[in-house]
Design a protein around this ligand. Structure first.
Ligand SMILES: *Cc1c(COP(=O)(O)O)cnc(C)c1O
Length: 413
């Protein structure tokens, strides 16, 4: 039995994000079980179960759930051990959170331009930017299209660089049978309401193989566990014997830290969210199939227009279609007019993302126009995203395809 989600009144017949996540009685039953079990709502059995399912899916040795994709990126970047003066090569075409944590470090960001056929970081540009100060590469699988990982990991191994894949769009994408999140040194996921699965609206995951990172991340994400408390005296009258070496031997209830606490945070994903996420992992193949079917339908329409390039997929990879992306030939089609035309036909569009090197925080650090000509050319005249959210109904998908067809026919010069 499906649950009816009350549709918010919407200006568009085909909204970009139709509803906040896809779920039904299975997720509700899982959350109900957590809430009525009498068990703790934090640090219980559900989070390890969700992480285990995620590890099995991505094929990584470790998977640490956290409270958002942004927090996942903050913690993952912490593990990279960046030092003042280091350089980090990053894609300019991603959501700002991919590189936002770097604002806290005295590192130089070098933006490597993207490929015109998929908007992913261009391995050739990465190669040109590597020098003796380069320490890491931060990239995204744009929209769910896997980046050129074979070349990038080859470069990284030759130059001793760490690679972080922001896989927030790419849960379910594969390269040569391996899943996104396991293609680099460390992977980050988001379970925000709009992503391929959600954990009650917000959530994230960090994936990697290294055991030393696992030990550090366990402490980083739960600020209790980085220091072990020991009672100065055994409390509650069980024993009055002072513990040897206690700092305040006169006080029964004071505790000493065995280890000094380090910088960290509490990023624990709550139990109801983890239980919800576990069911979503079960549902993921269906959600991906729906996204791919919608993308297939839109791809059919685009195939009629030589003035349009669909986003290419890296050979050997599959696309999770978090975003449906294509590029217009600006000599033949006015991109901005296409957005207006689709809007008039009831189709909402939402372009992602404004090139990061042009954002004020990065311009203030010396970045600016001309630095990544391909990313700029795509963004300002060629780049289009359409919804391929699995919550679109069949009739909405038909409307979307028809509106796209009619708008392109009208606009092609
Ligand atoms: C959504 C997203 C994030 C941030 O995830 P939140 O869970 O919203 O904090 C990071 N990177 C990319 C590419 C994203 O799309």
């Amino acid at each position: 039995m499906g649950v009816k989600v009350p549709a918010a009144p919407h200006l568009y017949a085909v909204p970009y994000l139709p509803i906040g996540g896809i779920f039904d009685d299975r997720e509700l039953a899982a959350v109900r079980e957590v809430l009525t079990s009498g068990a703790t709502l934090s640090q219980g059995v559900w989070r390890p179960r969700f992480e285990e399912a995620f590890r099995r899916y991505t094929g990584t040795r470790h998977a640490f759930s956290v409270t958002s994709g942004t927090v996942a990126l903050h913690l993952a970047i912490h593990l990279l051990d960046l030092r003042p003066g280091d350089e980090v090569i990053a894609t300019p075409q991603t959501y700002q959170a991919t590189i936002q944590p770097l604002l806290d470090y005295q590192v130089t960001v070098r933006f490597a331009d993207v490929r015109p056929d998929d908007a992913n970081i261009d391995p050739d540009r990465v190669a040109e930017l590597i020098n003796e100060r380069t320490r890491a590469v931060l990239l995204v699988h744009y929209g769910g299209a896997v980046a050129g990982m074979t070349s990038i990991m080859d470069l990284a191994r030759r130059h001793g660089l760490l690679v972080l894949e922001d896989a927030a769009h790419a849960l379910g994408s594969t390269l040569d049978g391996r899943r996104a999140g396991s293609l680099a040194d460390i992977g980050c996921f988001s379970f925000h309401s709009s992503k391929n699965i959600t954990t009650l609206g917000e959530g994230g995951m960090v994936t990697f193989d290294r055991d030393d990172w696992a030990e550090r991340l366990e402490r980083l994400r739960s600020n209790e566990a980085d220091a072990v408390l020991r009672p100065a005296r055994h409390s509650f009258g069980l024993s009055e014997a002072p513990v040897a070496g206690a700092l305040y031997p006169g006080h029964a209830y004071t505790h000493d830290y065995v280890r000094i606490r380090r910088a960290g945070t509490n990023a624990t994903l709550g139990e109801p969210a983890a239980a919800f996420g576990l069911v979503q992992m079960d549902r993921l193949p269906d959600l991906l199939a729906r996204r791919q079917a919608i993308a297939g339908r839109l791809g059919e329409v685009l195939g009629r227009f030589p003035e349009v390039r669909p986003q290419q997929v890296t050979p050997g990879s599959t696309h999770a279609y978090h975003l449906f992306t294509f590029f217009v030939d600006p000599a033949a089609i006015d991109r901005d007019a296409l957005i207006r035309e689709l809007g008039a036909a009831g189709v909402q569009t939402y372009l992602r993302y404004f090139p990061l090197h042009l954002l004020p925080e990065w311009r203030a650090r010396g970045h600016g126009a001309g630095e990544c000509p391909v990313a700029e050319r795509l963004w300002f005249g060629e780049h289009m995203n359409l919804s391929c959210q699995p919550g679109l109904s069949d009739s909405q998908v038909e409307m979307l395809g028809d509106a796209l067809d009619r708008s392109l026919r009208k606009l092609v010069r």
